[in-house]
Every structure is written in C-alpha cells, then in structure tokens.
Design a protein around this ligand. Structure first.
Ligand SMILES: NC(=O)c1ccc[n+]([C@@H]2O[C@H](COP(=O)([O-])OP(=O)(O)OC[C@H]3O[C@@H](n4cnc5c(N)ncnc54)[C@H](O)[C@@H]3O)[C@@H](O)[C@H]2O)c1
Length: 345
C-alpha cells in the first residue's frame, strides 16, 4: 500500500548525502517519514524532468543542501511546508514561500549538532594555533628541521582570548569548551534576546571592534541581512597579525575576497574554514592553496550520532505537520492564517 503523503527531498546528488556508518541520512529520514505515513522521494536538482514531475505531488519539501527556489514552489501546488533540519534557512526563498502559502520550518534548537559544530570550531582553533597543517606537510616530506623552524610564532592558547561573534546555541557551547582550554572568551551579539546567557556561559559581551582584536575570532551568527558580509575589509583591519580566523557558520557572513586579501597581506596569521561563499568551493579559490588555511567541506554538523538524531528530529516535526498541527518553529509566521493544514484539505 502506498503512503498517503509525499515528501520530496531535493539534493545535489542522490545518495551523496553524508553517509553514516550503516544507512545513509536519507534512508534514515525515509524511515522516520514512513512512521507518519509519508513517502520520502529524493531527487537530484540536476534532473529537472524528474524534479518537476515530483514537485506536482509533494506535500512537503525537505531541504537537501540545494536552494529551494520560487520556481520549485510554484511547481508544487499541494505543498504546505518546507522543512529543514538546519538552523539556517538562507537557501530557502522565504518571500516566495509566503507568496505561495507555504510555511518554512527550521530547527533553531538544533540539539542534534550543537556539540558537533562547537567541537569543529575548537578543532579548527587548536589546529590553526598548533600549525597542524603546515607541520604535517613538512614532516610528511621529511623536512623535520624545517618543521621545527616553522614553530614560532605560536600562541599558548591558555591565557589567550577567543572572540565569538554570534552568541547563540553554538557560539555559547564553543565558549564553554574554550574555557576548559584556559581561553578568555569575549563575544559580540547585539541581537540575542537572553543576554544573561552570555555571562552564564563565560562570555563577556563587547563591541564588535573589541571582539575582532582577540587572538582567535570564531564566527557563529546565522546568515541574515545584518550578518551578510559583516566580516569585510574594515573588520579584518581590526584583527591582529598573529590572530586566527575561524568560520563554521555560513560562508556569506564573510566577504571572501577581503579574507583572501587579509591573508595575502599577512594582516592575519591564518584561518580555519568549514564554509565558503560558494559551495562546493571552486578549484581556483585561492583559499584552497594556502598552507596557513585549513579547509573543510561544510562538515561541522556531522558525527555518526548526529546523523542518527537529525532524521528523528525532523520525523517528529513531520508527524505534527501531517497530523494537522504546527511544527515547533515556523520562520514565516505571517503565512499561518493562509496555510491550509493537512486536516483542513
Ligand atoms: N557548518 C555547519 O555544518 C553548521 C551546522 C549547524 C549550524 N551552522 C551555522 O552555525 C551558525 C550558528 O548556529 P546556532 O544554532 O548557534 O544559531 P542560533 O540562532 O542559536 O545563534 C545565532 C546567533 O547569532 C546572532 N546574530 C545574528 N546576527 C548577528 C550579527 N549580525 N552579529 C552578531 N550576532 C548575530 C543571533 O542573535 C543569535 O544569537 C548558523 O550560521 C548556522 O547556520 C553551521
């Protein structure tokens, strides 16, 4: 018997979603959706014929790493919801969703990967501070003496300062972990409603200019109009030539050309990047060629544990939607009066 509801996941490549040990993320999601009488179909956005045929029947669109556009929404007349497991929803055209009476559900609680991303930020911070990339390269090439010579300058980590930009769930968890390494933590976040949480997590809130003067600067805002390219030439001008810059948030928070310039002109010591303005990063992106820049494939969210938890989280929310209730987090709340929930159709 076929399932009552259709969920369409639009991915860059079928089956290429981060594979866990055992079943892939998509097959785990499919299992959760099946529990709420929904069939998950995954389609690659490059296969336009298949994609547009599947859109006709979709009750829910599930974010699979590629932008969900107005054209897709207009081709999905039955669709009431777009769901993403991520906190960021910058890849979804929210205005188009509202115009098409579709609500967008994100996942700000993000309990499934706060630990992973904060670990990733600390990994990049420690690897940059300890020059892991360049030393590994020199030792692998048997340049032992050169590796020793490359050690200074090297910070102590303990007693140094970490500046956190965006003190939400991941920023705060990173702060707690950084404290265990003896770092002093300062932060910038003019928009956080619960400012007391900064102090509770060991963060002293400061102005952006002061936070940028830290020994390590780690980015954790969501991507929005205020954070788009907020780290530009002017921001890098505040940073110390010995400082390392870490980004596990979103590539577009940084003006990448300004970052390249700051690195080329040695206005900062190096960077640890999990995210890029364009993903996958282009082969000729200068950041991929720099020994003092660690580059990772937008993988901060991943652990085997998070890949098990993520589908369960989205499955629970889908259960609510498909039984006619609102999920926990609706981004475009103004659309609510216009959406016909499943039970009303
Ligand atoms: N690399 C990955 O795999 C990965 C995985 C999960 C989340 N992320 C990204 O990590 C970031 C943080 O996620 P989170 O769960 O902590 O989000 P969150 O919503 O809990 O926190 C974001 C914080 O940023 C603040 N902020 C917004 N605009 C700002 C600005 N202009 N300046 C300073 N602060 C600003 C907000 O007030 C909020 O406190 C997001 O960009 C998210 O997309 C990346």
């Amino acid at each position: 018997m076929s399932n009552k509801f259709k969920v369409l996941k639009v991915s860059r490549e079928i089956g290429n979603n981060t594979k866990a040990v055992g079943p892939s993320m998509t097959s785990r999601e499919a299992k959760e959706f099946a529990k709420v009488d929904a069939e998950l179909v995954e389609v690659a956005d490059s296969n336009k014929n298949k994609l547009f045929a599947a859109l006709k029947d979709a009750d829910i669109l599930l974010y699979g790493g590629v932008p969900i556009t107005r054209t897709m929404m207009e081709a999905a007349p039955k669709c009431i919801a777009i769901m993403t497991q991520t906190v960021g929803y910058d890849a979804i055209d929210i205005q188009a969703a509202t115009d098409n009476n579709i609500f967008v559900m994100n996942n700000p609680a993000f309990e499934w990967c706060v630990e992973e991303v904060s670990n990733h930020a600390m990994t990049l911070l420690l690897a940059c501070a300890k020059k892991v990339k360049i030393l590994d390269k020199l030792v692998s090439q048997c340049h032992w003496a050169d590796a020793k010579k490359a050690l200074p300058p090297m910070g102590s980590i303990y007693g140094q300062t970490l500046g956190i930009i965006g003190c939400g769930a991941i920023g705060r968890m990173t702060a707690r972990k950084a404290k265990a390494f003896g770092l002093n933590v300062i932060g910038y976040d003019p928009y956080m409603p619960e400012r007391y949480l900064a102090k509770e997590n060991g963060i002293t809130l400061k102005r952006l200019g002061d936070v940028l003067k830290a020994d390590y600067v780690s980015l954790h805002p969501d991507l929005n109009e205020t954070s788009l390219h907020m780290i530009d030439d002017k921001a890098f001008a505040h940073m110390k030539p010995t400082a390392y810059f870490i980004n596990t948030s979103r590539g577009k928070v940084v003006d990448e050309m300004a970052l390249v310039k700051a690195l080329e002109e040695k206005r900062i010591a190096g960077a640890g990047l999990d995210v890029f303005e364009k993903e996958p990063a282009d082969q000729d992106n200068p950041l991929l060629k720099m020994d003092n820049v660690i580059v990772l494939p937008h993988s901060a969210f991943y652990s085997d544990a998070s890949s098990v938890l993520a589908p369960i989280t989205i499955g629970k929310q889908a259960g609510k939607v498909l039984s006619g209730r609102w999920p926990d987090n609706v981004v475009n709340k103004s659309v609510k009066p216009k959406v016909k929930l499943i039970k009303e159709r």
